[in-house]
Design a protein around this ligand. Structure first.
Ligand code: BES
Ligand code: ZN
Length: 611
């Protein structure tokens, strides 16, 4: 085991950047849709931190390595590729060329495996156009190693450049700035540069037949042509959201901010790939009501991308801060009431997760221990919601936004371009507020390391929730012998986020009769609703009521939509109802081939499938 040991600094990586460090990555790859492979080479600039060490340890996962040599001298370098450890990969140890050289460039010729966990190769029928295949990546948390040999830990930040060749009709996009495209007979070559250092999990690529529309001076949206107009309409406010984020966080350093609307199998709502946020098409509600996900990914431009968690045990520094900033953007763009309504509404999510994982589960701590736990297994809303709750508590404790927001800007400025852990934040906070008497009452230990719900739930503004709570109460108390006690007028006054709140509470209450639900369906036209957040909660409500008629609709939806936020709870709901358990498992088995690795990995556990 000792030869296979994961890093003491990052329990999810083999690499040891404290000894030898990668400073720059140059990728040269070609895209082969038939073989579902990327092949070519990578040039890694490496620098010794400890001069007594003469080897570098890299992370790889199912890569086939053809040769390793020093770029300058073309001399082969000795290397050892260790056995595969499930989900973590194979450690690659390369002997460095010369004991006296502090720096060198290593070239590695290699290709990826068709089942690389960080890539999804889609058949044409899984795209909107149905004519061409499509490729996209998702590297966070630890899947970059399945596409390039690297130090796959967020402790390491690198600049990168890339040259990608693809068939002529395809557009290649990356989390970088395009630096020229050449049309050759054999295909199209695209060049990219990313001069702001980023962690490996933020390298990203997508290849498809795509179009774009300008949204503003720094923003475009990319999508297949079938979705491009709808996407341009939905995300029209992106530039404005970005300007609002800058008011809170300071200048945006990444140059451009483009969006790519992916095919529906994309497993996340959004992914903050620098210069090119990836989003799920489930945000296309038609009325811009789900654009908060874009605000969230914009916020990551500071929290996560500029200041990065040193390893995923401190993931709350990425996600808790991002949710906190996302809500501040909402506060400025809409109202302080909306900001608080959003936060208040999510407390229920946190409760659901704490109950699911168990009140004493170590995974409900803000700072977690990832030794022996894969970060994809540890993922939950805890770092998001417990994290933002803690920041809100800190803000209130020091005297409110007028005190806290200037601190936030200082924090961004102080730690920009770095990877940090929780204590770096804590020390900086305590230093900054050292003369504030209230900080003595902050119980850091409980907030950071105690499992379960946060010790304090802030006193959120409930203006927007009260109306909803009245409607919910009326509905729950109603016995279906009289007409539904919600009037057309009351319904018209509700915003999309209020409808989401209402349905969520109903889905968490005791099961409702199908008669009552049918009346609700009629009033809100739930069977035909386009807003996926509403649809998701409607489906959960139906499953909870054991409404058999609706099961087909649930299955056909989750066979197209891969967003785990929806797919996992719906599968779990079907699993917990005996009548649908086998169908759920069978449906999963039939469709798992077209799902991304992480979705299969997590659903297998949700559905108790071993093998
Ligand atoms: N960075 C995350 C997505 C992620 C996290 C991917 C961990 C892989 C591992 C992204 O910023 C995110 O949080 N997305 C949310 C958006 C929501 C909180 C507004 C999502 O996908 O639903
Ligand atoms: Zn996020």
């Amino acid at each position: 085991m000792s030869k296979q040991a994961l890093s003491p600094m990052d329990p999810s990586s083999f690499s040891r950047p404290e000894l030898v460090r990668i400073t720059n990555i140059e990728l040269n790859l070609s895209v082969n849709f038939d073989k579902k492979k990327l092949s070519g080479n990578v040039h890694l600039s490496v620098k010794k931190v400890d001069e007594s060490v003469n080897e570098i340890i890299l992370d790889t996962l199912k890569l086939s390595i053809q040769s390793v040599y020093e770029l300058e001298t073309k001399k082969d370098l000795k290397y050892t590729l260790f056995e595969l450890i499930e989900e973590y990969g194979s450690k690659l140890v390369i002997e460095l060329p010369d004991k006296d050289k502090k720096e060198c460039v290593i070239a590695i010729e290699y290709e990826t495996s068709p089942d690389a966990s960080g890539l999804q190769w889609l058949e044409p029928n899984a795209t909107a156009g149905k004519k061409h295949p499509y490729l996209f990546s998702q590297f966070q948390p630890t899947h970059a190693r399945s596409v390039l040999p690297c130090q796959d830990t967020p402790a390491v930040k690198i600049k990168y450049s890339a040259t990608i060749s693809a068939p002529p009709e395809y557009t290649v996009l990356m989390s970088a700035i395009r630096n020229g495209t050449k049309e050759l007979q054999s295909g199209r070559i695209s060049h990219f540069v990313q001069d702001v250092p980023l962690p490996s999990y933020l390298i990203a690529i997508a290849v498809g037949v795509l179009e774009s529309r300008r949204l503003g001076p720094r923003c475009h949206v990319w999508a297949e042509k079938e979705l491009i107009e709808e996407s341009a309409h939905e995300f029209a406010n992106t530039e404005h959201q970005l300007e609002t984020a800058e008011k809170i966080c300071g200048p945006y350093v990444w140059g451009i901010y483009d969006l790519l609307v992916l095919p529906p199998s994309f497993p996340w709502g959004g992914m903050e790939n620098p210069c090119l946020t990836f989003v799920t098409p489930t945000l296309l509600a038609g009325d811009r009501s789900l654009a908060n996900v874009v605000a969230h990914e914009i916020a990551h431009s500071w929290t996560g991308n500029l200041i990065t968690n040193r390893n995923f045990e401190h993931f709350w520094l990425n996600e808790g801060f991002t949710v906190f900033v996302e809500r501040k953007i909402l506060g400025l763009l809409e109202s302080p009431q909306s900001q608080d309504f959003d936060a208040y509404g999510r407390v229920g999510d946190l409760e659901e997760t704490v109950n699911l994982l168990g009140k004493t589960s170590p995974l409900t701590q803000l700072v977690i221990d990832l030794k022996g736990v894969h970060p994809d297994d540890a993922f939950s809303v805890v770092p998001y919601e417990k994290g933002q709750t803690f920041l809100r508590y800190l803000e209130t404790t020091v005297g409110g936004p007028a005190e806290f927001e200037p601190f936030l800007k200082k924090y961004f400025d102080n730690f920009k371009y770095q990877s940090i852990e929780t204590d770096d934040f804590k020390n900086f906070f305590e230093d900054y507020f050292s003369s504030n008497p209230n900080i003595k009452k902050i119980d850091w230990k409980t907030w950071l390391y105690a499992p379960g719900m946060p010790p304090v739930i802030p006193d959120y503004d409930k203006t927007l929730a009260v109306v909803c709570d009245e409607i919910i109460q009326k509905f729950i108390k109603w016995n279906d012998e009289t007409p539904i006690p919600i009037t057309e007028e009351e319904k018209e006054k509700l915003s999309s986020s209020q409808i989401i709140y209402v349905l969520e509470k109903i889905s968490r209450a005791d099961p409702q009769s199908t008669n009552k639900l049918e009346a609700l369906n009629k009033l809100f036209d739930l069977d035909n609703v386009k807003n996926c957040e509403i649809k998701f909660r409607w489906f959960r409500t139906c499953l909870k009521a054991h409404w058999e008629e609706k099961v087909d609709a649930v299955l056909s939806w989750i066979n197209v939509v891969g967003r785990m936020k929806y797919v996992r709870p719906l599968y779990r709901d079907m699993y917990s109802w005996e009548k649908t358990r086998t169908r759920a498992v069978e449906n999963f088995k039939q469709n798992s081939k077209s799902m991304m690795h992480v979705v299969v990995f997590t659903l297998k556990k949700d559905l108790h499938i071993r093998e």
